[in-house]
Design a protein around this ligand. Structure first.
Ligand code: 6PG
Length: 257
């Protein structure tokens, strides 16, 4: 089936509570499946929106409780900068979300990149892949890691993770984690999950808010070429596993199929 599209009037009032519902649904299903919730997140504005969603008070019901101590948090992409650097996605997630989780909810187990390899993105990616291999089972026993949920942004150029339009990384079929040293958006050195890993995830949630997303959403949903942009490839390739959480300014004038 096709991707799920949700457009909300207001980020704080409607999008965040619905994103919460969605994430906790994935959490509850994952915990029922295997007792752990494995989620990979991106940077940009996502950590802030996610924090609004997850740090809101619970309605008290069992299925509305983030069980953070059973979460394993990974990065869908990361910049090769120190973990306390303002460009670090981990730093964003830590400041916006992790550091603010009330003690009684517990803390996720977090898997940031290894700061030893910041100068060598290829090595940094290989090491992060090794981490994934150690968590998701040996590479010879599984072809791809199975994330319970990926939470991604979509850049105005159509990039997602650090997979940029027309970049050769998009054609990588084998590696789980890739490096890029010429990112068109600074900083240039980054690592990213590969497209096959993204497409393999159980669920993929895109969060796209603000008027700056109008043109790219139009392109992705209304044009043929849009389907070849990185976020379009995910949208097409993963179909009903994909859900878009947008606000009204992002979807204004967009004709969804
Ligand atoms: C990056 C950013 C980027 C971001 C998108 C969407 O690494 O360059 O993290 O991938 O996620 O550009 O950003 P917004 O959600 O802030 O629009």
């Amino acid at each position: 089936g096709p991707p799920n599209l949700y457009s909300f009037q207001d980020v704080d009032k409607d999008l965040a509570p619905n994103l919460r519902k969605y994430v906790l649904e994935q959490q509850n299903e994952a915990l029922a499946r295997h007792g752990v919730f494995r989620v990979a997140v991106s940077g940009g504005s996502l950590p802030k929106t996610l924090a609004k969603a997850l740090l809101a008070p619970s309605n008290g019901s069992k299925d509305d409780t983030p069980e953070f101590s059973k979460w394993e948090v990974f990065y869908a992409d990361e910049r090769c900068v120190p973990l306390d650097h303002e460009d670090s996605n981990h730093n964003l997630v830590k400041q916006d979300l992790l550091d603010r989780i009330p003690q009684e909810l517990g803390q996720p187990k977090v898997y940031p990149i290894d700061e030893q390899y910041l100068d060598d993105p290829k090595e940094c990616a290989d090491q992060y892949e090794k981490t994934l291999v150690s968590i998701f089972a040996a590479r010879d026993s599984v072809k791809l890691p199975l994330f319970d949920l990926l939470l991604l942004g979509c850049g105005p150029d159509g990039h997602t993770c650090s997979l940029f339009p027309d970049h050769p990384l998009l054609r990588e079929q084998d590696a789980w984690v890739l490096s890029i040293s010429d990112s068109p958006k600074p900083p240039p050195k980054r690592i990213t999950l590969s497209l096959p890993v993204v497409l393999h995830a159980a669920k993929i949630g895109f969060v796209a808010t603000g008027g700056g997303k109008k043109d790219i959403l139009k392109k992705i949903f209304e044009t043929e070429q849009g389907g070849n942009l990185p976020s379009g490839l995910v949208n097409r390739g993963a179909g009903e596993k994909v859900s878009w959480f947008c606000d009204a300014s992002a979807t204004e004038g967009v004709n969804f199929p």
